[in-house]
Design a protein around this ligand. Sequence first.
Ligand SMILES: Nc1ncnc2c1ncn2[C@@H]1O[C@H](COP(=O)(O)OP(=O)(O)O)[C@@H](O)[C@H]1O
Ligand SMILES: [Mg+2]
Length: 243
Amino acid sequence: MQPKVATDRQGGQTVWYDPALFHTFPPALFDPARLERDGLVTGRSTGRNTAHFFRHAGHEMVLRHYYRGGMVGRINRDLFLRQPVAQSRAMQEYALLDWMRGQGLPVPRPCAARFSPAMGLFYRADLVTQMLPGTRTLADSLHDAPPPEVWAEIGRTIARFHAHDVCHSDLNCRNILLDGAGKVWLIDFDKSARRPDGAWKQGNIDRLERSLRKEAASGPAAAPWDDAGWAALVAGHAQARAA
Ligand SMILES: Nc1ncnc2c1ncn2[C@@H]1O[C@H](COP(=O)(O)OP(=O)(O)O)[C@@H](O)[C@H]1O
Ligand SMILES: [Mg+2]
């Protein structure tokens, strides 16, 4: 659905939001402290950064602020060099999620995206998506030793994105969610985009493998590397690609 655009003339902020979810745009939406005060926060993810889970108008939603990685991120946590609004981080992710949902790909519904100009040359960015209920990350599921069928389904799901030329720029085991019904979802499409066919598809798989191997090596309590599981994922991906 075409997002509605709200602009705040004074602050220069631009917000895109789904008019089917919000009648008018709720200003508290991007303010974790305010959501907290209003008693709407239902949880937080504990990753490198914090995603805030909250309730709004009968929907469970997830608020994520965009942070910089790497060396630059140590000095400048969340400022990005100014871009046209439609090309900015949150708007790009909103638009890609919206397109993927239209194609029937398993991704969360985008709810709202924000572009906030800062310090002349920069902007900050935030995104709200609909929470995928009853899901856990693949990383968190590893302890239950997912059966080969689940691994194969992950491979097939990645192949569906690849068939739509969607390159996930950070395909790791925390950006893959599994629900109780065996359905696989991909999240976190920051800097992701559609691309012509190429070696990047194998690159996505290689990156996922590295993240899983890292997970398996992350201390005595780590779930061991699952050779058969990984083979099932690779086979599922290859079969779905060939089909
Ligand atoms: N729509 C969603 N539904 C359920 N959980 C989510 C959703 N979006 C994010 N999460 C959880 O929050 C974590 C962080 O979100 P993510 O979008 O990956 O941001 P980042 O990796 O940049 O912190 C995910 O690993 C997942 O556990
Ligand atoms: Mg992530």
